[in-house]
Structure formats: structure tokens, C-alpha cells
Design a protein around this ligand. Structure first.
Ligand SMILES: Cc1cc2nc3c(=O)[nH]c(=O)nc-3n(C[C@H](O)[C@H](O)[C@H](O)COP(=O)(O)OP(=O)(O)OC[C@H]3O[C@@H](n4cnc5c(N)ncnc54)[C@H](O)[C@@H]3O)c2cc1C
Length: 594
């Protein structure tokens, strides 16, 4: 692979298939970890699910400890603080495996992302040595206390307060809401405002005076995961347990969210893969009108579409993972180990914050589609608790709410892009202008050839151009007040998701074609459907967006130019989906797994 890339630069710079990380490029070591994680989930987590759903937190604690013993919690944590010291790709494949058991995945996610990352990235060496080895081993259970009843999305408006005492310690007061692992965690990363003003973070132990959790919430799903309020009543926290700097808690909160969003995507892809397997098995076994329902075109279309949408998200996820790992590897590690590596990781996560938000939105919406179609394929059996389809449906819904709601993430995506374009060195304005000039010239139509993936590569490039022209126009039309134009920001995000998804899928398929993989034709089918449909959806989004910005001749000319650029060539996507459905039924599950 070539030198490391910057966040969001895929929009303004071409990418070679050879430079894109994909699931097919996982190493033997990665595959072994995936196997260990999958066996742990199948043999130990799945049989314990009923106990977890009864809120038997002793079992949850035991499973976390087992995950620690197997090295799964600290797979990407530096060795000197108890981890295995592997890359983020290893963490993604563990996340995917654990994602098959959504309740446990939530417990596990709070442990690995929400408790470890703040201490690893922002803790002092002493705090790291004090807490990380025991969290990584699963001896201590972690939780992350940011939300309050009055401040969820607007997390920085928290009311929890910290006041410094004469002896240097802190007195914390406040109530945190919806805290994952709240019922049995030992360590809480708590956000509170010093003197009611300066947003800061603290490592709080359950054993400190004044720390308690409230009752378990009665949730729609994730019944096997603990969610409680955490109450701090004159909680006495030692001076050394301030995490990072006073007033810089937002940096910790946002970086943790970047990691959480990226990891959530892995959990969603893992969950979707298991669901597709389950839907396929059911469709093959269930007979109606004298034949398995898996032979009906309507059901085959569903199975294919579920797999295609997963393929798109998986392609974006592994591409982003490769980018993050490349950036981490490229940093000179002056002092390898916890403190230094933590800061490098935080910087890489921040660099790819836009991609993390894209992944969060796309993966949570993909898995919701997949679990919904799974219920539909199960018919009446999908609606009753005897089959796992019902639980999967309920469990998936929260993914669109936590780690920043999808609306908040959709607001963030164009915001990050524009910031990079105006202050961060990304040549966004020049690229947008170049595309605008192209739209205004009556050039001969840019027709793709008929070679493998030529049309898809062209559509993916056209989608990037569509984003550029839309962002450029939006900046010109609304200037600073663009941040108030939420409908436009949602549309810009949707365009970016379509563009990143189409290009990532095409690059992945192109890599398989280039390496003469026997699976390449199926990957090409997936990329064809993804690009075709993304192009059509993007045209509708762009029309609505341009219609809200321009009038008269300017609107007509821009729309005509856009149509020229974004011309989606006709394609037999029905036949492509049928071939994918054949592969799904032959494999009895998601056909792109290794
Ligand atoms: C099962 C579960 C586990 C959780 N675990 C944790 C945890 O471990 N730690 C933790 O700190 N929190 C946790 N949370 C809390 C979660 O992060 C919040 O619920 C989430 O951030 C949304 O906040 P809210 O519920 O207050 O919704 P609100 O912020 O009130 O949002 C309500 C609606 O308004 C929209 N909205 C809000 N602001 C805007 C805006 N500016 N523009 C447009 N739309 C907007 C939202 O998108 C949403 O659709 C958990 C929640 C659940 C359900």
C-alpha cells in the first residue's frame, strides 16, 4: 500500500484498488483471531444469552473475564498495559464476531471502547498502569457516563458538577442516564463540569464514597445488557483521578465517540452477517405452495439485497480500518507503549472522524434493514419470541440512537468536511470549482466503456463529483448559516454516504478482479447493484438539494450538468441479484465471507 492518506481526501483524490484494505486482505493472524472470537461467541456467549436476559450480571462478568483471558478485550491495546498490541483490523474482526450476540456486544463495546480508549488515549502513564491491565483482563468492568436525562445529544450541556476540595480531591454530584454496564461496572469514566463550567473527565471507582447505580431500565431490546442511571452524591474522587486536563473533557468525549462509531459498525456488520445466515436457513427450510420459500423471486431478492447492503458497509468499514492502521503505523513511535501509542491512536481516530460517522449511520441503517427483512422472511414466526428474528429486530434498533444519533452524525459529516476544506488543508473548494466548471461546459458525454467495472468506476467518480458540486453550492448559497440548514446537511451526508459506499465497493471488487480471484464475478455483481442504485438515489437527493438552493436558469443549468455527470448506465440488476441469491442459498448464508 502507498503512503498514508488523510481523512476525507478520497473525495478529492483518486484511490487505487491496490491501496484499499478489504476483508479479503486479512492476514492469517487476523483469521485466527476471528476464529477464536467466533468460537467464544458460539460456545460460550450464545448459550448464556437466556441468563444474561434475566440480568444475571455474574454471568456477564464471567463472560467479560473469559473474553479477557482469550485476549479479545485488549487485542488492539499496547502490550505494556496488558494488551496484545495488534492493529485496528484485529479489533474490527473481534467486534464483528461479538456483534452476533448484540446484548453481550454492548457490554463488550463499553468495556473495550468506552472504558479503555479514554484511559489509553488521555490517561497519565500512572493511570494507565493502574487501570488498563485489569480492564483488559476483564477483572474490572468499565462504563462510560456522559449522557444525562437533560443532555443526550447536547452532551456538553451536562449538569454533573465537580468541585475541588482543600486536600486536592474532587467532590462530584450529578446523575448520569442510560449507562451501559451501570448495574455491575467497577470503573466509570464520568464527565462533569469543574465548578459547573469546565467540562472534564474523571475515573471513578464504584468503591468511592457516594457512587451508586439506579434501577435497570426496561428496554425495547438488549435485555441482556445492563443499562442504569449512575448517581454521584458527594462522590469523593482522588486528585489523581482527573483524566486529561480540566476543561478539555470534550476532546476525550469526542475521540471516544469516534472510536465507538467505528466499532459500532463492526458490531453491526457482524450482526447482519449472522442474520443473513439465519434468514437463509429459514427460507431454505420453510415450505409454502409446495416449495421452499427460498425459491421465490421475492424472497431471493430480499436475501440478495440484505447481502449487498452488508457488502457495501463492510467495504467502507475495512477501507477505513486500513486507513486508520496505515496512519498509526506511519507515526514515528518515539516511546512505544501505552501513553505514546494512545495519543497516536487518538490522532488517527480524529483524522477519520468523518468516515467514522459515515460508518455509524450506514451500518446502523443497514442492520435495521437486514433484521427487518429477516422478520419478514420468517413471516408469523418472525413476530414471536420463539425465533431469534424477533430479538434481533428489537436489539438492533438502538444502534441508530446511541454513539450520537444518526441525525447528529449526519449533521457532523458535512461539518467536518467543510472544516477540513476551509482550515484543514483539504483542497475542497478548488475541487468543487473544477467540477462546477465541468458542469457548465457542454462537453461530449463521458461514456464509460463496457469493460469489467468501468461503468461502476465512472458512477463512483460521478458520485464524488456530485458531492463536491453540492457542497460547493451549499457553501456559496448559505455561507456560515449552512449549519442552520439541517435539511441540506442531511442531504449532503446522504450523498457522501452513497459516494463512499459506491467507491469502496467498486475498489474492493476491482482488487478481486485484479488478483484473479474466483469470487471476483460475484463481487462485481454486488458493486454493480450498489453503484447503479446509489447513482439513482443520489440523483433524487441532489435534485431536491439543488432545488432548495437555486432557481430559474441557474437551477436548470446545474440540474442538466448534474444529469450529464451522474448518468447511470442501464444495467440488469435483477440478474445480478439472482446470481447473488444463488450464491447465498448455495452457501446457506452471506456469500462474501471468507
Ligand atoms: C441502550 C442504551 C445504552 C446507552 N449507553 C450509554 C452509555 O453507556 N453512556 C452514555 O453516556 N450514554 C448512553 N446512552 C445514551 C445515548 O447516548 C443517548 O440516548 C443518545 O445520545 C441520544 O440522546 P437523548 O436520548 O437525550 O436524545 P435527544 O438528544 O433528546 O434526541 C431526541 C431526538 O432529537 C434529535 N436531535 C437532538 N438534537 C438535535 C439537533 N441539534 N438537530 C437535529 N436533531 C436533533 C435526535 O437525533 C433524536 O432523534 C445509551 C442509550 C441507550 C438507549
Amino acid at each position: 500500500m502507498s503512503a498514508s492518506r488523510r481523512g476525507a481526501d478520497w473525495l478529492v483524490q483518486d484511490t487505487s484498488p491496490a491501496d484499499v484494505f478489504t476483508p479479503e486482505r486479512l492476514s492469517e493472524e487476523h483469521r485466527l483471531i476471528a476464529k477464536t472470537a467466533a468460537e467464544f461467541v458460539t460456545n460460550e456467549v450464545a448459550p448464556a444469552l437466556a441468563e444474561l436476559e434475566k440480568k444475571n450480571w455474574t454471568v456477564a462478568r464471567h463472560l467479560v473475564a473469559r473474553a479477557g483471558e482469550l485476549g479479545l478485550i485488549g487485542v488492539d491495546v499496547p502490550e505494556d498495559v496488558g494488551g496484545i498490541g495488534l492493529d485496528k483490523a484485529a479489533a474490527v474482526i473481534v467486534g464483528e464476531a461479538v456483534g452476533e450476540a448484540a446484548s453481550f456486544a454492548t457490554t463488550f463495546g463499553a468495556q473495550t471502547g468506552l472504558a479503555i480508549i479514554p484511559i489509553l488515549c488521555f490517561g497519565t502513564p500512572a493511570q494507565q498502569q493502574q487501570y488498563l491491565p485489569r480492564i483488559v483482563s476483564g477483572e474490572l468492568i468499565g462504563a462510560y457516563c456522559l449522557s444525562e436525562s437533560g443532555s443526550g445529544s447536547d452532551a456538553l450541556a451536562a449538569h454533573a458538577k465537580a468541585v475541588k476540595q482543600a486536600d486536592g480531591s474532587w467532590l462530584l454530584n450529578g446523575e448520569k442516564m442510560w449507562i451501559t454496564n451501570g448495574g455491575f461496572a467497577d470503573i466509570f469514566i464520568v464527565f462533569a463540569k469543574v465548578d459547573g463550567e469546565h467540562f472534564s473527565a474523571f475515573v471513578v471507582e464504584r468503591g468511592f464514597p457516594g457512587v451508586a447505580n439506579g434501577k435497570e431500565e426496561h428496554k425495547m431490546g438488549l435485555h441482556g445488557s445492563s443499562t442504569t442511571p449512575v448517581v454521584l452524591q458527594d462522590a469523593k474522587v482522588p486528585a489523581d483521578n482527573l483524566l486529561g486536563e480540566i476543561g478539555k473533557g470534550h476532546k476525550i468525549a469526542f475521540n471516544v465517540l469516534n472510536y465507538g462509531r467505528f466499532k459500532l459498525a463492526a458490531m453491526c456488520t457482524g450482526g447482519a452477517r449472522g442474520t443473513i445466515g439465519e434468514a437463509t436457513q429459514y427460507a431454505l427450510g420453510r415450505r409454502q405452495f409446495g416449495q421452499p420459500i427460498a425459491t421465490f423471486g421475492a424472497i431471493r431478492h430480499k436475501l440478495a439485497e440484505m447481502s449487498i447492503r452488508l457488502y457495501a458497509v463492510e467495504s467502507m468499514l475495512f477501507r477505513t480500518t486500513g486507513l486508520i492502521d496505515q496512519m498509526i503505523a506511519a507515526k514515528p513511535s518515539e516511546a512505544p507503549g501505552g501513553a505514546q501509542e494512545g495519543r497516536v491512536v487518538a490522532a488517527a481516530l480524529e483524522e477519520f472522524a468523518l468516515e467514522a460517522s459515515v460508518l455509524k449511520v450506514a451500518s446502523s441503517e443497514m442492520v435495521d434493514f437486514v433484521v427487518d427483512e429477516n422478520v419478514q422472511i420468517h413471516g408469523g414466526n418472525g413476530f414471536v419470541a420463539d425465533y431469534p428474528a424477533e430479538r434481533r429486530y428489537r436489539d438492533a434498533r438502538v444502534n441508530r440512537i446511541f454513539e450520537g444519533t444518526n441525525e447528529i452524525n449526519r449533521l457532523l459529516i458535512p461539518g467536518i468536511l467543510i472544516k477540513r476544506g476551509t482550515k484543514g488543508g483539504l483542497p475542497l473548494i478548488a475541487a468543487a470549482k473544477a467540477v462546477r466548471d465541468e458542469l457548465m461546459t457542454v462537453a461530449p458525454p463521458d461514456v464509460a466503456g463496457t469493460g469489467v467495472l468501468e461503468a461502476e468506476t465512472r458512477v463512483a467518480a460521478a458520485l464524488r463529483k456530485t458531492v463536491l458540486v453540492a457542497v460547493g453550492l451549499a457553501m456559496e448559497t448559505w455561507g456560515e448559516s449552512l449549519q442552520q440548514e439541517q435539511e441540506a446537511l442531511m442531504s449532503l451526508s446522504d450523498l457522501m454516504i452513497e459516494a463512499f459506499s459506491a467507491e469502496s465497493a467498486t475498489l474492493r471488487a476491482a482488487h478481486l478482479v485484479a488478483s484473479s480471484s474466483p469470487a471476483a464475478t460475484l463481487h462485481v455483481d454486488a458493486a454493480t447493484v450498489i453503484c447503479h442504485d446509489a447513482g439513482l438515489r443520489a440523483e433524487a437527493i441532489a435534485r431536491t438539494l439543488l432545488g432548495s438552493m437555486l432557481t430559474g436558469d441557474a437551477q436548470r443549468t446545474s440540474l442538466a450538468g448534474l444529469r450529464r455527470v451522474l448518468k447511470v448506465p442501464p444495467s440488469n440488476t435483477v440478474a445480478a441479484r439472482r446470481r447473488i441469491a444463488d450464491a447465498i442459498t448455495a452457501k446457506r448464508g452471506y456469500p462474501f465471507s471468507q
